[in-house]
Structure formats: C-alpha cells, structure tokens
Design a protein around this ligand. Structure first.
Ligand code: ADP
Ligand code: ADP
Ligand code: SF4
Ligand code: SF4
Length: 572
C-alpha cells in the first residue's frame, strides 16, 4: 500500500504556484491526482491515482510531500491527522509499571500519549465512534482501558516534552505551583528526591532548564492519576539528576506510567517493558508489540524486531574496545596543572595530555568548569598559576547554541557533512527558524567543518532523538580516527560516552562554585570513579555489549559494590 503525506506547515503554494500540480504526470495526462483543496488552498493528493513516480517529492521546493510504500499486512491506522496526514498504527499497552517508548522524533510518540490521555479520540484513519474503536480492539488487552477512557474514568497526569514553554503558561512561585498540583500529599518528599528544595522560593520564570524539568516532574507525579504520561524526562538533566528522576518515576510502579525517552541508559533503567516505534518520521509510525526492556532495547539497537519480522535499520554495535594503544596515537598537546578563579568560582585541573586520534569523554555536573578548561587550552582564558602559552586550535560547539538571523547556507558547512547530518532542506532557512534538533545538527556539522587540531562538542545529544544520537556517535568515531583529530565530548548520555570515549575526564565539584578534575583517565578508572560518585553500578549486556545500570539492591548491584567495581565487570 502506498500513502501520500503532505506537510501543510511547510507547503507554500503562493511561492511555487502549485508546482506539484503542474509537474505530476498523472495530472498532465488529464487525471486529477493532485488538486487544490478549496478549503485549505493547499494540494490534496489522491493515493488511489498516484503511481509513486516521486516527481512531486523531488520538485517541491519545501520538502512538503512524502510518497511512502508501507510494509505489507498493516491494519488500518488507529489514528490519522486528516487526508494526506500522518498515520499511527497500533497503540501502546497501558500496563501497570513503567512502559517506555523509543523511536525517532515525528514517529507518533506524543500522538500515542495524547490518545491514551483522552486528549485525542482515535479516528481509525477516517471517522470513527468509540463503538468502532471498541470493536477494533475487541479481545485486546487495551480494550477495557479504552472503554474506561471513553467514559471519562481515566485520570491522567502529563509531563510535556518542552519544559521551557511552561513559564509562558504557568506563573508564580515554584512552591505555590507544586502545592496546587499536590493531590497525593507527596510534595515535600518529591522536592527532596528531585533536589528542588533550593528552587521552591523562586519564581518559575527565573529557574534553569534543569530545575524546570524537575519541577515539572514533581508537579506531574504529585497528581492522583491512573496513568502518568512522561515525555522526555531527562532533557537538561545531568547524569545524577537523570538517575534520580528515573528512580523517582519507578516508585509509581503500582500505577501505569508511560515514558518517552531518547537516552537509552535512562530508558533501560526506568522501564519494565518497552515499545519500539518505527516507520518514517512525519509520514507514519508503527508501535511494536510490547517487549521486556532488555530484549526490546537490544532489538532496537539491532534494528530488527523479531515478533514483527521487521528490519528498520542496520545494527548499531557496541564492541567493547580495548584501550587504544599509545603507539597508535601521538601527543597533540601537553598541559600543566591549571588553576582559575572567578569571583565566585574556582577551578583546579591536574596536568595531562591530549592525544590524536582520540576521543576524550568529559563527564560531570553543569557549571563545574568544563568550558573554562577548554578555553584555557585554546588560550582564550589565562590560567592564574602558570605562564605556559597554550594555544591549541580548537573548534568549539557550545552547550547553548545562539540562533541568529543568518542563513544556514552562510555557515559554509562541508558538503559531506550536509549530507551526513541531513541539512540540505534547511540551507535557505535562518538559524532562528530551525527546531532544537535541527539547530543542534547544524551546530555540530559547523563545528566539524572547521580546520582545527581539536574539536570540542558540549552536549551534542541535546534535542537529538535516539536515532540521531546513534548516528552521531558512529560518525564522530569515524571522524576522529579518519582525520587523525582529537575530539572532546561533554555528554550526559552514558551510552554515547561509553561508545565514543578512549579516555575520560571526570569533573567533580559544586555547580557554580568549584570544580576540579584529574588528568585524563582510562575508561575503566574514569567510569568507576564517576559511577561511585553517582552511587550506581553498571554491567554490560551479554548480547550487545551495551552498558546497563543495575537496579538498586539487585544481586549484581550488591556484588559489584562489594568489589567496588562500579563498571566494566565484563559481559553478563
Ligand atoms: P513524536 O512525539 O514521535 O515526535 P508526534 O506524535 O508529535 O511525534 O507527531 C507525529 C507526526 O504527526 C508529525 O509528523 C507531526 O507533524 C504530525 N502531527 C502531530 N500533531 C498533529 C496535528 N494536530 N495535526 C496534524 N499533524 C500532526
Ligand atoms: P561548565 O562548562 O562545566 O558548565 P563553565 O566553565 O562554563 O562550566 O563555568 C563554571 C563556572 O564559572 C560557572 O559558575 C560560571 O558562571 C563561571 N564563569 C565562567 N566564566 C566566567 C567569567 N568569565 N567570569 C565569571 N565567572 C565565570
Ligand atoms: Fe508547492 Fe510543495 Fe506545496 Fe506543492 S507541496 S504546492 S510543490 S510547496
Ligand atoms: Fe503525482 Fe504521485 Fe508522481 Fe507525485 S508521486 S507526481 S502525486 S504520481
């Protein structure tokens, strides 16, 4: 079956004068395959008449049309956003405990959450009554849930994806906001667990992204609901905060909790079961059968869903790499002990060296001096304790990317990176017209396009979906070794750090007041030190080699703590 998907927001018929209608070969021979919709004044595409030639897709200047062949043997969609709109197949299973959802952006995760919360009534691809919906799901586990939903007997609580939008809608002091939401009398406990006690007296418009995320979680979890729908809980949070948020969510285990998450270590730690969503972003999404979390994430990384017999991409491999031998790399830069004080911040760095090719992972809380350290290597900040001249040529992608008026095309991004990071359709847009994920891809590609000795990427995974993260990790690895460069990556996504890094710099300290770090450590020593601080142990999955956090107090957790091996205890 072939479907035509048309993005009305992108489409600008006034600019192109309905080019698609003019170029469609079916139209040229007198057919009415693409016509102007008198209501919306935009094109409507007939799936029955379309031959799938793809000419309109290629010619549309705004990338507004997709013509997609669907896999065979699909039922009708559960929901479709109008004619030529996105289609969602299947629904997630609202089971008690935590059910995770993983997949690219634009694949239908929020749509699924909205259906389960009752915000959207499923239309089965056309027009459908609740009776039609019950008939469709007769005999399915979800049938009774949908029945209760239709009767208004499901209370839901929702943590939105974009927490930065919250202060535009919710006003006042954090304390008052949480008190209003607190239907379960758990406010104080949640504030302590999520570490937001210092934010309680602040106005919601003056708190940081990380605080906003934790306040939003606390407000959602303090509702007395049957189902908690949590969209991306780890954005803006550092590793400790992510694990804390995950632990807190797990405490709701007798209720139904559905979580969308792109950090696979967090998703794994959080969930009892998961659904994988696959299909084509913006076109259609299929929700897999429910799977146990270990098998589900393994199949996701493997790119193949056994029960659906469906391959949706190549496998992503996590070979446990032996440390790169020093013979194969050369010294790029040696730096002495470095100290730097600002008015209210002190940084203490033990001397070390950066080698090439290599990837140096950097872990640590925000505002502990990671950027200041890199600026000292580049000579942009002078250390207080030494006159040694450091002037490494560093290309730097900051954590917060400023989006100005300039055109993407004016950045002079290398052609191979335009392809690799799928930027072609953005070239004639301005930076401030891009979505968070698009801007991140542009900023990373721009950083890697420069000629430098060292490339420093501060949180490149922010706003990227899980597929983009995996693709980025693979690319960076090839980039460092292919070009003989040194790449420094600050990240809170442990899977990426684990996959990428040859060595680790672990920053410790108190956000905003002090920071210190030792010389670069081996992965084993660095991760051990870091995870001990985080108070969580990790093992490796025997099938894929990926790192997995042990559940607190599990047998593995206790054994590893006993040996003080927080990491790298081999497969198993
Ligand atoms: P995800 O949460 O996986 O990023 P969404 O469920 O938000 O995906 O969106 C899936 C697709 O549905 C997107 O292509 C989006 O543009 C489209 N979509 C979402 N909401 C609407 C709507 N109200 N009307 C039309 N299309 C929509
Ligand atoms: P990180 O990269 O780990 O987030 P930074 O190196 O950016 O940390 O900053 C560490 C601390 O130093 C922050 O509290 C920041 O406000 C402070 N700081 C950074 N640069 C300056 C400066 N030029 N003057 C005063 N304080 C600064
Ligand atoms: Fe023009 Fe593309 Fe819209 Fe067709 S879909 S009217 S080609 S912008
Ligand atoms: Fe027409 Fe279909 Fe070809 Fe597009 S893909 S030009 S709608 S026949």
């Amino acid at each position: 079956m072939r479907i035509a998907v048309h993005d009305k927001d992108r489409c600008k018929p006034k600019d192109c004068n309905f080019l698609c209608i003019r170029v469609c070969p079916v139209n040229k021979t007198g057919g009415e395959c693409i016509v102007e919709d008198p209501e919306t004044k935009k094109p409507l595409i007939s799936e029955a008449l379309c031959t799938g030639c793809g000419i309109c897709v290629k010619r549309c200047p705004y990338d507004a049309i997709k013509i997609i062949n669907l896999p065979e043997a699909l039922d009708d969609p559960v929901h479709q956003y109008g004619v030529n709109g996105f289609r969602l197949f299947n629904l997630p299973m609202p089971r008690s405990g935590v059910v995770g959802m993983v997949g690219s952006n634009g694949i239908g995760k929020s749509t699924a959450l909205k259906i389960l919360s009752g915000e959207i009534q499923p239309n089965l691809g056309g027009e459908a009554s609740w009776e039609d919906v019950f008939e469709r799901f007769r005999g399915h586990e979800i049938h009774d849930y949908l029945k209760r939903l239709s009767e208004g007997n499901i209370r839901s609580a929702y943590k939105p994806q974009y927490v930065e939008a919250i202060p535009r809608v919710v006003k006042g002091k954090v304390k008052d906001i949480l008190e209003k939401a607190d239907e379960r009398d758990v406010r104080d406990g949640l504030a302590a667990k999520l570490n937001i006690e210092n934010a309680l007296d602040k106005d919601v418009k003056s708190i940081s992204g990380g605080e906003l995320q934790r306040v939003a979680l606390a407000a959602c979890l303090s509702k007395d609901a049957d189902i908690y729908l949590i969209d991306e809980p780890s954005s803006y949070l550092d590793v400790r905060e992510r694990m804390n948020a995950a632990k807190t969510l797990r405490e709701l285990e007798d209720r139904i909790v559905l979580v969308v998450e792109h950090d696979l270590v967090v998703l794994d730690y959080l969930s009892d079961n998961i659904h994988v969503l696959f299909g084509e972003s913006g076109g259609y999404g299929i929700i897999s059968n429910i799977m146990g979390v270990r098998v589900g994430i393994n199949e996701y990384l493997g790119g193949f869903l056994r029960s659906e017999n469906m391959r949706f991409r190549d496998e992503v491999k996590f070979d446990v790499r032996p440390p790169t031998s020093k013979d194969k790399t050369m010294k790029l830069l040696e730096y002495p002990d470095l100290k730097k004080s600002y008015e209210s911040f002190e940084l203490d760095v033990e001397g070390g060296e950066v080698r090439k090719p290599s990837i140096l992972g950097i872990l640590g809380p925000n505002a502990t001096g990671k950027t200041t350290f890199v600026k000292m290597l580049a000579g942009a900040e002078k250390p207080d304790n030494t006159d040694v001249e450091l002037n490494a040529r560093i290309s730097y992608k900051p954590q917060y990317i400023v989006a100005g008026e300039e055109l993407v095309a004016s950045l002079k991004i290398r052609g191979d990176l335009v392809q690799r990071f799928r930027l072609a359709h953005m070239m004639d847009k301005r930076l401030n017209e891009l979505s968070g994920g698009e801007l991140q891809r542009v900023a990373v590609a721009d950083c890697l396009s420069k000629d430098a000795d060292m490339y420093m990427l501060d949180e490149p995974s922010a706003y990227l979906d899980v597929e983009e993260r995996l693709a980025l990790a693979k690319y960076l690895h090839g980039f460092a070794y292919g070009r003989g460069a040194a790449v420094l990556v600050v990240e809170h996504d442990i899977l990426l750090i684990d996959y990428l890094s040859d060595e680790l710099l672990v920053f410790e300290g108190e956000s905003g007041s002090s920071g210190k770090t030792s010389k670069p450590l081996s992965m084993k020593d660095g991760m051990n030190m870091f995870l001990e601080q985080m108070d969580v142990t990790f093992r490796r999955d025997p099938d894929t080699g990926r790192p997995r956090a042990n559940k607190p107090e599990s047998v593995k957790d206790r054994e590893q703590r006993g040996r003080r091996e927080y990491y790298y205890t081999g497969a198993g």
